[in-house]
Write a protein that binds this ligand. Structure first.
Ligand code: ADP
Ligand code: MG
Length: 284
């Protein structure tokens, strides 16, 4: 376990950093902090500079852009601090935990709930894409519930940073979790634009409805092969009761050619998302 470097004095004078660790990601440790003058709780994301070695020049310009982002389904950044060894980002607190944890607990979601969650992801993504921000790391660990309870709003976190963080280029060589949500064009190194996020939404949606991921492999190499084949199935045992409209949206998200893949804007108009589930004419 690594020691945390000392906090910048300006951070400590504005926020009280509590002992509570909210989560640990592939790059960051996230702690809870309290704004001293308002008593309002926030999350403090601590990224060691080792993780961005060689890309320090991108840090301030990227973070300046990310700091402008304000949307109900996106975790906003409120303050930034920097020391010799680390970057500290103060963000909205999402106290309801990861979608990943909820999914593990529930097994799978009903179509109604999955549609509602997917709509929130798409609204957040549309906002980012309109500003030319590509998330590049959409997965259930990066989707957080704002509050505890079933009616909680879902928020996207960890956006835009993958551009600066080191391992994205070394995706084939790092063992930082299962990259089962990555689009084929990322693995084939032929693209990393907005459509990569819609692919990931497709994998997430498939997983929400069935409880398992569409692409699978015993080791990373066979997982990558599975993704790059672009082939997946709706196994009757899990999918026979699920509507064609849901499958149609998944198919349009998991479209191999990024130029033909559905966009966030289009997906928000899909009947399975707008609520006329299965009723309206099929998209052609
Ligand atoms: P990384 O870039 O290292 O993946 P994340 O931003 O995804 O870091 O944070 C890691 C984990 O910390 C998340 O999966 C989540 O469990 C927790 N976490 C992150 N941001 C917040 C937040 N704003 N509120 C509450 N928990 C958070
Ligand atoms: Mg993360």
């Amino acid at each position: 376990k690594e020691e945390q470097p000392p906090y910048p004095p300006a951070l400590e004078s504005t926020y009280k950093i509590t002992k509570k660790t909210l989560g640990v990601g592939s790059f960051a440790v996230v702690k809870e902090c309290i704004h001293r003058s308002t008593n309002q709780p926030f999350a403090l994301k601590i990224i060691l500079k080792k993780a961005i070695a060689g890309k320090e020049h991108m840090l301030s310009s990227e973070l300046d852009i990310l700091k402008q982002v304000r949307h109900p389904h996106i975790v906003s950044m409120h303050n930034l601090y920097e020391s010799k060894d680390a970057v500290y980002i103060v963000t909205d607190l999402a106290s309801g935990g990861e979608l990943f944890q909820q999914l593990l607990k529930k097994g799978s979601y009903t179509e109604r709930d999955a549609s509602n969650l997917t709509r929130q992801m798409l609204e957040g993504l549309l906002y980012l894409h309109e500003r030319d921000i590509v998330h590049r790391d959409m997965k259930p660990e990066n989707l957080l519930f704002q509050t505890i309870g079933d009616e909680s709003s879902l928020m996207i976190t960890d956006f835009g940073l993958s551009k600066i963080l080191k391992a994205q280029d070394d995706i084939l060589t790092t063992a930082c979790g299962t990259p089962g949500y990555v689009a084929p064009e990322v693995l084939l190194q032929t693209g990393h634009n907005k459509p990569v996020d819609l692919w990931s939404v497709g994998v997430i949606l498939f997983t929400l409805l069935s409880g398992y991921t569409p692409f699978w492999g015993e080791d990373q190499a066979s997982l990558f092969e599975s993704i790059m084949s672009g082939e997946y199935e709706y196994d009757d045992e899990y999918w026979s009761d699920i509507s064609n409209s849901a499958k149609n949206l998944i198919d349009r998200l998991l479209t191999f050619d990024p130029n033909k893949r559905i966009t966030a804007e289009e997906a928000l108009l899909h009947p399975w998302i707008t609520g006329s589930k299965g009723a309206g004419p099929r998209n052609s």
